[in-house]
Design a protein. Structure first.
Length: 411
């Protein structure tokens, strides 16, 4: 971005304006130096020169303001509309912007070539308010209203210091060169720096767009909003298809369509899909998505979210269980203490749900501990422990079972 800003003024029409300022400005000061001390001649040449100065400065200011406002709206690569419409004799914005240069000009006249930083600090601090007011509101004096000053200062924050450098220093230096430093290379550099300063100010304004409440054409927030709108429209179309497929009895096709949509999504779209499916008329599709969603959450290491989805699904169908036996057992460990009854419920038919599982004794042991420790059902808990000892002697011989049994019955 910075390189684009540094290069753009060296392209058309910027380079033409900078060269015009350099050549015409140098010719004007040459004639002023040539006529010597003659007052009448200075008046004649100076009077005619004023129009030329206004023209070349007006074109340059108009170009700089266009670049600033263009960048402040987030248009970094797009061309500027009517980029060559810069005539300061027909453009009130260019006229106002050029007139602000009277501030640094007056400072150089008042304080002289050897003005100190202290003498220039106050006008340098105030100049950006007026210049920005013209750029953003096309008003000379709105920028000096206390409320507007406070809005700009708080909006820009620490960025106000760079903006002051971009605007006050570049404008002041350009006029300093015009008055005292008549080197043609300095003419070129000062005009180039002034345009770049305007562009960097536009970039600073865009950076602080939210704090300044600026209108933008493009921004990450707008792009994100457009993405959200596009995703919502795409999802609406998807659910229209899902409704038709489910109504026609094609549940498998509906889930295939849904699964392909999820797979093609760049972001994790499962939460949005899940929320929409909670209100879907065919709960079979809701549960079909949930059972796979739970597995994806568990695989990503988000057991608490997966447990929450499982609880929601149980309100739809109490027989709902994850696809994997390991997943169900892991999710019960992510459950809150208040969910003890639900944990016992989902583990109650673990063997029937996963008949080939090697985790059946683990599930029984987990349920026994929940029943004993959280539900305080001693009879049922002891019954489950006896069931493990009778049906799964190998598990009952393991230290975790033996230690727990001894704690319950130390005698």
């Amino acid at each position: 971005m910075i390189w684009q800003i540094l290069i753009r003024p060296l392209q058309l029409p910027g380079i033409v304006l900078i060269l015009a300022f350099t050549l015409l400005g140098r010719v004007l000061v040459f004639f002023l130096d040539l006529i010597g001390e003659g007052i009448f001649a200075k008046i004649v040449v100076g009077g005619l020169g004023t129009l030329v100065w206004y023209a070349i400065l007006g074109f340059l200011v108009s170009y700089g303001l266009k670049q600033m406002t263009h960048l402040s709206t987030g248009l970094f690569t797009e061309r500027i509309d009517q980029e060559t419409d810069l005539n300061p004799f027909q453009n009130t914005l260019a006229f106002k912007g050029t007139m602000t240069l009277l501030i640094p000009l007056a400072c150089w006249i008042a304080f002289g070539r050897d003005a100190t930083i202290l003498e220039l600090s106050i006008p340098a601090a105030l100049f950006p308010f007026i210049y920005l007011s013209i750029a953003l509101e096309e008003s000379f004096f709105a920028g000096l209203h206390p409320n507007r000053i406070m809005k700009v200062v708080t909006g820009l924050g620490i960025w106000y210091l760079p903006v002051m450098l971009f605007l006050s220093v570049t404008a002041g230096y350009m006029l300093y060169v015009m008055i005292w430093q008549h080197n043609i290379l300095l003419f070129f550099f000062s005009a180039y720096a002034f345009v770049v300063g305007n562009m960097l100010t536009g970039l600073a304004l865009f950076t602080r767009r939210n704090q300044l409440i600026l209108h933008t054409e493009k921004s990450p927030e707008q792009e994100r909003a457009q993405t959200i709108i596009a995703e919502a429209e795409s999802m609406d179309r998807l659910f229209e298809v899902l409704h038709r497929l489910c109504d026609s009895g094609s549940l498998a096709k509906a889930y295939k369509q849904l699964d392909e949509y999820i797979a093609e999504a760049n972001d994790d779209i499962d939460p949005q899909i899940h929320r929409r499916l909670l209100d879907f008329h065919d709960k079979r599709l809701t549960l079909e998505h949930s059972v796979h969603y739970v597995e994806r959450l568990a695989l990503r290491g988000e057991p608490k979210k997966a447990w929450a989805i499982l609880l929601e699904s149980l309100t739809i169908d109490e027989k709902f269980r994850p696809l994997s036996d390991q997943t169900l057992l892991d999710l019960t460990h992510a459950a809150e203490k208040d969910d003890a009854r639900e944990v016992s419920l989902v583990l109650a038919n673990f063997a029937a749900t996963y008949p080939d599982s090697k985790l059946i004794p683990d599930a029984l042991f987990r349920r026994a501990r929940v029943v004993l420790e959280l539900l305080r059902d001693t009879a049922r808990g002891n019954q489950l422990l006896h069931e493990i000892a009778a049906q799964h002697p190998e598990f009952a011989a393991m230290p975790q079972y033996q230690d727990y049994a001894k704690r319950l019955n130390p005698g």
